[in-house]
Design a protein around this ligand. Sequence first.
Ligand code: ADP
Ligand code: MG
Length: 670
Amino acid sequence: MKSGKIGVTTENIFPVIKKFLYSDHEIFLRELVSNAIDATQKLKTLTSVGEFKGELGDLRVTISVDKEKGTLTVSDNGVGMDSDDIEKYINQIAFSGAEEFLTKYKDSANSIIGHFGLGFYSAFMVSKNVEINTLSYKDGSKPVRWSCDGSPEYVIEEGSREERGTDVILYIDDDSKEFLESTRIETLLKKYCRFLPIPVIFGKEQEWKDGKYIDTERDKIINSVEPLWSRKPSELKDEDYIKFYHELNPVNEDPMFWIHLNVDYPFTLTGILYFPKIKSNIDIQKNRIQLYCNQVFVTDQVEGVVPEFMMLMQGVIDSPDIPLNVSRSYLQADGQVKKISSYISKKVSERLDKMFKNNRSDFQQKWDDIKLFIEYGMLSDEKFCDSAMKYALLKDVDGNYFTFDEYLSLVKSCQTDKDGNIVYLYSTNEEDQYSYIESARNRGYNILLMDGQLDNHFIGLLEHKLDKTRIVRVDSDIIDRLIVKEDIKKVELTTIQKDIVSFLFKSQIPTIDNVEFVVNLDSLGSTELPAIITQNEFMRRMKEMSAMQPGLNFYGEMPDSFVLTINTANETVKTIVSEVCKSIEDKILPIINEIDEINKKISSTEVSEDEKSTLKTKVSELKVNEESIISDYAKTQDIVKQIIDLSLLQSNLLRGENLGKFIRRSYSMM
Ligand code: ADP
Ligand code: MG
């Protein structure tokens, strides 16, 4: 028997281990099982290079709990250790860089958690004593027993193990009794060891017999040793992928499709990323990608590890190049991890590109469902955006799909305005915006459908990416103002007539909560409707964005402002104009002349300030007078009210009481 001091020069590593890994005590199990797996894998390697010629046997790792003795044991039939190995790998912690590390980071214990794989020594987080019983695979080895009570002193003596391999026995600490509960251990094994490459055994399979569960002879294997991502894509069928998906997400619907990552340069990475069907807006739940290192579960908190937009995906990523014992903040800062992240993004983009090229019609069919991912990617990842420009699609209201390039050539000749800007028109709702779409169609224009969750932001991105292009909603102005081809025809009315007609309509617009109207006269052509309501693109977008982003409240609180355009070239409107002028021009003209006179006086210099304000009051009175003459007339004109209501109806603004009035009026006119 020999005793000694563990080779850590820093006074005592164990208090550090206990204290600072407090929150994550459970990882000890992951560490010990990984070591056991490593030991069996090493033996396989030695066999394959001819250095080990004995029987491999059934390689396995067994975990057992003895509640009475208070022990938890991890056993393997791997390479084992002789006393030299123990000396080198267990006693000299310094060997794995711990000593150097501890001296360097003494003061920032937190980084220890991040940087330093505590490995075997994490056992001391939960144990008052740890024992190793081991026999090396090497010919003529003697069994070794090592034990340590958590102080730097250890004992090493001849052991009793008769078969190749290692038992690590933990004498569980009083404050860690939870790790003697089978259910707790099983949960942990399922979390960390579910996909380890060697069978991990914990207890026996149970069977229902005589009214209770009893143990059978069969070992209970926790893991599936050959998880799907570690297999060759060419060997796998769709069913396999779907089945595996449901193993990860038991309650989910089938995924739309998946990407099997399989990379060995510039780093090793395998994995499967699934595109789930996202049905509702807020179906978006993060942390659905699990990160593995050589099939050992590391974390499902992958923020910063995978590109942000991929947080919408589900699946697994496995890379030995992702450090195993890491905290999240460390992962995010790690250069290698960043590279991996952008690499994944690139791979996903390549795959999408391939899908698009190989089977465009299939890609188009999936487009509506994957659009959210791609738009999110394009919005949040510059590089992804650049590559996605090749296969991202635009869909029009008739259900046709175009690449960006295709769309440009489609609309270029017809939808360029007189200043050389190309104008893309879109609708967010074909039903609501039906008549606007119609009048755009009548001009031969194409209308995109932009009804996705992110389209509002995406339109902004498009405008930014596309040269000399404006993107406007089809109802944001009258069509000839959206794409101005030539200077619009002047309205052939006198100023006075214009005033009268504008107020005539303005006075009859019903009040709608939080909505404002401006009346505008335009000569839109005799075949166009008498009136049309539009909403300014900029204001609307601002309001919509502010609804999604707190902080832009200013826009959110403003009333919705619409423009009611009266088409003075329309025959019905023409009749209204000539009649209103005939009936009230005589009464209005003198008032207007008087207002003009007074206004002239006000602007002359001879009048004193006092007089000016009296005159201004007079003007207001005259205006009120003028307006009441017009609105008194307007009240008698059902046709004016009909025109307004019909245009409100067309833009979904006619509701409640206003709608009721409209219906009654319509009947009375029949
Ligand atoms: P790491 O696994 O990162 O090398 P550990 O602290 O987990 O660090 O383990 C230290 C070393 O101890 C291992 O590299 C291995 O040589 C040895 N070891 C630990 N557990 C076993 C085991 N079950 N069988 C054989 N060797 C082991
Ligand atoms: Mg280890």
